[in-house]
Write a protein that binds this ligand. Structure first.
Ligand code: GLN
Length: 498
């Protein structure tokens, strides 16, 4: 409808999903212009950052044209109309390579879309492409990708966190207003913290995992990245809800998440996880203490809570997750998916394929997992880890008798330099010390960008809640966001975003 020669409203200056969608829905902004702006930006800047394994530009343009067509005919283009989203490359996309950043899946394209992808597309979102990750989501820095690391947009000498580092960095760089990741032990929240964006791990079962390539099935959840808490809630509302294709999917209604955003925190009971503070950097501790003050000034009651059991979560996780991974990854046998390296017989073909297809961290996990499940070691390791998992869940239950949400650092430190932890797997594992307990318990948790450290790097604060406690979690998240240091959240180059 823009008149010949008249100024057409540009796509510049937008950053959040809610305003992009509302401008596209009203016809003020064309989805096609959003797509061109994003694709141009990715083209010029992603060579350095490597957020994307694959950019699906033609499909994005086609989706944008369809949204614009619906708007022009007066039809409803959906709540996320014209909003660019990035998908972690362990989410299945029909006919589009899904690599898990592994050589193992070379040449493989899934025959179906993940349920979350279908729901996004139905909501009018524009998929930009598939984002880089630690191979099969195993890692905390995105350096375990077979295709090379992603760099942190705040400082390209540093990691973006992981394993959903490509998704977090894509949002922080302004390549997408929203992204999806997966979180098995912290892979959404930790990169969100290191990249200065919002990240949510939902309650286990709230979001369908149909089409998420499995890592550790009792822990995996899909969840959102966004630049604002409101956008993250909007995305979560879009993807949440029962799916008959996922047997672990919860029934029942989805909590009214976006309504939580206006409720405030008056009367909310907040506990600070005291036991985490000794293991976090001074900047991360200060952010939690200041965050608690923000909540208290906004009307919440705040107390310190002793939860020493949570610190044992890490050891339990590194037995349980590898055990489940060793079972889930057994399907990559050279026959059914991707890579095959021939051998004299089937066994040799299997072995050669796995040796060539899996990187060192994935092999380490498979060997660890096979070991802890083997006869003679099962009771000492795997069964013991399950008992610790129960202790963690009980500790949380005890705390939630007195408080509605818990506050903690998301990560022990800000983004670390590339290569700083690659030689020492245990150092890398410790990056998830504060995120893992929520996965073990199946609880929701989110990271909110809250402060900047002395070097100008983002610091996240984590809000934890009991199962299906997303509403209380988001109430606290919004209050934290409103008290955050200006400039503590992405996009990093204002104006570079759509
Ligand atoms: N960093 C943890 C690991 O390496 C968590 C990974 C994840 O949440 N996918 O297992």
């Amino acid at each position: 409808m823009s008149g010949a020669g008249g100024p057409r409203p540009g796509a510049e200056g937008l950053s959040d999903a809610a305003s992009i969608a509302s401008r596209v829905r009203s016809g003020e902004l064309r989805a096609a212009d959003v797509a061109e702006q994003v694709l141009g930006d990715v083209e010029s800047r992603d060579a350095e950052l490597h957020c994307f394994n694959l950019v699906t530009g033609e499909a994005m343009r086609a989706a944008a044209a369809e949204v614009d067509r619906l708007v022009a005919t007066g039809a409803d283009p959906g709540p996320l109309a014209g909003v660019p989203v990035a998908l972690k490359d362990n989410l299945c996309t029909k006919g589009v390579p899904t690599t898990c950043s592994s050589r193992m899946l070379e040449g493989w394209s899934p025959p179906y879309d993940a349920t979350v992808v279908r729901r996004l597309v139905a909501a009018g979102a524009l998929v930009v492409g598939k984002t880089n990750l630690d191979e099969f989501a195993m890692g905390s820095s995105t350096e375990n990708s077979a295709f090379g690391p992603t760099r942190n947009p705040w400082d390209t000498g540093r990691v973006p966190g992981g394993s959903s580092g490509g998704s977090a960095a894509a949002v922080a760089a302004g390549f997408a207003a929203l992204a999806l990741g997966s979180d098995t032990g912290g892979s959404i929240r930790q990169p969100a913290a290191l990249c200065g964006v919002v990240g949510i791990k939902p309650t286990y079962g709230l979001v369908s995992r149909y089409g998420l390539v499995a890592f550790a099935s009792s822990l995996d959840q899909v969840g959102p990245f966004a630049t604002t808490v409101a956008d993250a809630a909007l995305l979560l509302e879009t993807i949440a809800g029962h799916d008959e294709m996922d047997s672990t999917s919860l029934g029942g209604p989805v909590p009214r998440l976006t309504e939580a955003l206006r409720s405030g925190v008056d009367g909310l009971r907040v506990g600070v996880v005291r036991d985490f503070l000794a293991d976090a950097s001074a900047d991360c501790v200060a952010a939690v203490r200041n965050g608690a003050d923000v909540l208290s000034r906004a009307g919440a009651s705040v107390e310190d809570v002793a939860l020493p059991e949570l610190l044992h979560g890490l050891s339990a996780y590194y037995l349980i997750a590898p055990a489940e991974a060793s079972s889930n990854l057994a399907r990559y046998d050279g026959v059914r998916y991707g890579l095959r390296v021939d051998g004299e017989d089937v066994e040799q073909m299997n072995a050669r394929t796995r040796a060539a297809g899996f990187g060192p961290e994935v092999r380490r996990r498979i060997m660890l997992g096979t070991y802890v499940l083997s006869a003679g070691y099962y009771d000492a390791y795997y069964a013991q880890a399950q008992r610790v998992r129960t202790l963690v869940a009980r500790a949380f239950a005890r705390a939630y008798e007195h408080v509605d949400v818990l506050l903690a650092p998301t990560a022990p430190s800000v983004a670390f330099p590339l290569g700083a932890k690659t030689e020492d797997p245990l150092e890398m594992y410790l990056a998830d010390l504060f995120t893992i307990p929520s996965n073990l318990a199946g609880h929701p948790a989110m990271s909110v960008p809250f402060a900047l450290d002395g070097q100008g790097l983002p610091v996240g604060v984590q809000v934890l809640a009991p199962a299906l406690g997303e509403v209380a979690m988001l109430r606290a998240g919004v209050a934290l966001e409103s008290g955050a240091t200006p400039g503590a959240r992405g996009p990093v180059r204002p104006g570079a975003v759509v």
